[in-house]
Design a protein around this ligand. Structure first.
Ligand SMILES: *Cc1c(COP(=O)(O)O)cnc(C)c1O
Length: 379
């Protein structure tokens, strides 16, 4: 097999080659069962064994305490934008959100269909952060100024803005915000298991699997059981039963057929993370990659980044060239070197390198080589 390209796509994204190889080897005959995982009934003991192992491995890698549960659902993080308000709003229908970019905005707009949405903070306007001018959606609003309603059903944040490249490195302290009883909800689609995270800071964390965990089709919801048991008595009227967190939980994520193959694939990714040294090893590698790339971008006056330094994402790095006409030759040259999908999202333009757990250091090194060559060519 020829060397695989380095795929910098934001999601679906690169998977470890060994995971793909395992899936290929397993394709026709999983563990001597004589059939593919795709063909197995989800109620059979063979598949149930696999399912339990995936759940157990995920719990262990998250270091999840017993009072937290994991739900495997479908519909992606996008469906959760509706399901979170449907399940959690409760009688007063109040929810608070922080807007840090594209994905927060989507969450907010969806929630508005169901309840009284209050913006606790927003980075929608340009601002000055640490003495520097920051354009819209390139920073996390100063938590000292967040305005959270103490009777809100939850506060929602997006932990890593995949398009803007803005990541939280410090979590909101609900006590300090004067809202100690407000559950914190986080969209972790694009940085789950990229570094150790204290999940107990959140009442609920959710995301799609296709960035850091596997392939599309699987949605994870990690929640504190007390959130549904004590605080949220029942979802809003009209919530489909299959999306009622209580039903999903009661049925161990098998209220209906789960995305069996996507769960299997996530299982392979979790085993790969474990074999690499676990989540701490992922963090060390992700930090190294991020330092390499940001270091190169900072050292150059040719390439520009915009995100405030204290909110730079390790996963998604948007950057810019000095002239619009340079993007096409940059991307073409990158492609020729096997560096794929570096075009930025149309909402912010420019370039973007997504470097999830599966992106090897060599991929970032190859990108740095191309950055240096291209800059020199333009001089
Ligand atoms: C990709 C992404 C989404 C959307 O995920 P889907 O699985 O396509 O619904 C939502 N939030 C964040 C932060 C994302 O990165």
């Amino acid at each position: 097999m020829s060397a695989r390209p380095f795929n910098f796509a934001a999601g679906p994204s690169m998977l470890p080659e060994s995971v793909l190889q395992r899936a290929a080897d397993d394709m026709l005959n999983w563990h001597g069962s004589g059939m593919s995982v795709m063909e197995m009934t989800h109620r059979g003991s063979v598949y149930l064994g696999l399912f339990e192992k995936v759940m157990g491995d995920f719990r262990r890698l998250l270091n999840l305490p017993a009072d937290y549960k994991i739900l495997f659902m479908q519909g992606g993080a996008t469906a959760q934008n509706a399901l979170i308000p449907l399940n959690l709003l409760g009688a007063n229908r109040k929810a608070d959100y922080v807007n840090t970019g594209h994905w927060s905005t989507k969450s907010i707009n969806e929630a508005k269909q169901y309840g009284d949405v209050h913006l606790a903070a927003s980075a929608q306007a340009a601002s000055v952060v640490n003495g520097l001018d920051q354009p819209a959606f390139t920073y996390i609003p100063d938590m000292a100024n967040w305005d959270v309603r103490p009777d809100s059903s939850y506060l929602h944040i997006c932990g890593n803005e995949t398009i803007g490249g803005v990541e939280y490195w410090q979590w909101p302290d609900m006590q300090a915000l004067g809202a100690p009883d407000v559950p914190l909800v986080v969209d972790m689609s694009s940085h789950i298991l990229s570094r150790p995270i204290d999940v107990t800071r959140f009442a609920l964390a959710y995301g799609g699997a296709q960035k850091n965990l596997g392939i599309s089709g699987l949605t994870f919801v990690i929640l504190n059981e007390a959130l549904i048991r004590d605080r949220i008595k029942k979802p809003l009227p009209g919530c489909p039963t299959v999306f009622d967190y209580r039903k999903v939980l009661e049925n161990d994520s098998m209220f209906n057929t789960p995305p069996t193959y996507a769960i299997y694939l996530t299982g392979l990714v979790l085993e790969w993370i474990e074999a690499q040294g676990g989540v701490a090893a992922m963090e060390a590698k992700n930090r190294q990659k991020a330092e390499m790339l940001y270091g190169a971008l900072d050292a150059s006056i040719f390439y520009r980044t915009r995100v405030a330094k204290n909110a730079r994402s390790f996963m998604n790095v948007p950057f810019y060239l000095p002239d619009e006409r340079l993007y096409e030759p940059f991307l073409k040259g990158a492609q020729e070197r096997g560096l794929l999908n570096l075009k930025g999202h149309k909402a912010v333009g420019g370039l973007r390198a997504s470097m999830y757990n599966a992106m090897p250091i060599e991929g970032v090194r190859a990108l740095l080589d191309w950055l240096a060559v291209f800059e020199k060519e333009q001089a």
